[in-house]
Design a protein around this ligand. Structure first.
Ligand code: ATR
Length: 278
């Protein structure tokens, strides 16, 4: 009789109780009948290195990394994927047999994969993209939009200096606009993205006009509570196709799950309902 170890994975954050990743990976483990566990781990920043170094010996095959550890995890890794390097943070770690840590960032992948699945006829090269917000999520999204062939990105953030710092590494394809001009960046775009927390439950409402957004555009939000944000409602009122933010979260989990548990998982309606219900 073989005594194969049951693979362990999980998510490390601080706090971590809000994370939907245990529901996401738990659903996949059950639906594919795999043996394995996925656990939330609340780790203080001062303890991150020791915890990461001990994971392999404790039986872990990998972990997801969330706020506030995404940059620190990248710095602690032994090997880093190109996309994690470009984004400047890690959300997925894979532990090798010798315990070494490989860091990847699948946020941009999840963003694009969600749009491809939800709006198969979306054509990123059809026109400029408008991106609101300049946080960590915006960086991953900009990297992935440029990789997908978007010709120009109009970036607008309340704190302009943050948008300028972000744009700097991308060259002339990313242009920064004043927050007061936010409504104007939607003129003639093919893709519109809200990466700010405006409209999220408990945050200020989204109140930027989308009157200039063409009906041919695809609009998507990274906020998924509520699913139908004010940004998406306004885009829908313009006649646009909309894609909610839940799918990005679900798709970003797929590469890690496949590496850890050996099964490529799907994003289905049943999964959406399960993760939303948590
Ligand atoms: P993340 O890294 O996960 O994207 P973040 O760094 O907190 O999260 O970024 C949140 C984004 O929402 C930022 O672009 C932030 O703008 P600032 O850089 O000016 O802080 C934006 N945001 C948050 N609250 C906002 C508000 N009331 N009005 C406009 N933008 C807001």
């Amino acid at each position: 009789m073989s005594h194969k170890k049951i693979p362990l994975a999980g998510v490390i954050g601080h706090p971590v109780s809000h994370s939907r990743s245990p529901a996401l990976h738990g659903f996949w483990l059950r639906s594919y009948g795999l043996s394995g566990y996925y656990v939330p781990m609340d780790v203080a920043p001062a303890d991150l290195e020791a915890v990461l170094r001990g994971l392999h010996k404790a039986g872990f095959v990998g972990v997801n990394i969330t706020i506030p550890h995404k940059e620190a995890a990248l710095a602690l890794a032994d090997e880093v994927s190109d996309r994690a390097k470009l984004i400047g943070s890690a959300n997925t770690l894979v532990l090798a047999e010798d315990g070494s840590i490989f860091a990847d960032n699948t946020d941009g992948y999840g963003f694009i994969a969600n749009l491809r699945q939800s709006a198969p006829d979306w054509e990123p090269s059809a026109g400029p993209a408008a991106v609101l917000g300049a946080g960590g999520a915006a960086r991953a999204i900009i990297v992935s939009l440029l990789e997908a062939g978007v010709p120009e990105i109009r970036l607008c953030n309340r704190t302009k200096a943050r948008a300028e710092a972000l744009a700097e590494s991308f060259g002339p394809k990313v242009r920064v606009y004043d927050w007061e001009e936010a409504a104007a960046i939607f003129d003639g775009v093919a893709t519109a993205v809200n990466t700010t927390s405006l409209g999220m439950e408990g945050q200020p409402p989204f109140d930027i006009s989308l009157d200039l957004l063409p009906e041919t555009a695809l609009a998507t939000d990274i906020v998924y509570i509520p699913l139908l944000t004010a940004f998406l409602q306004r885009a829908q009122a313009q006649g646009c196709r909309i894609v909610d933010g839940l799918g990005m979260l679900l798709h970003q989990g797929r590469p890690g799950f496949e590496r850890w548990f050996g099964q490529s998982p799907e994003v289905t309606e049943a999964l959406r309902i399960e993760v939303l219900g948590q």
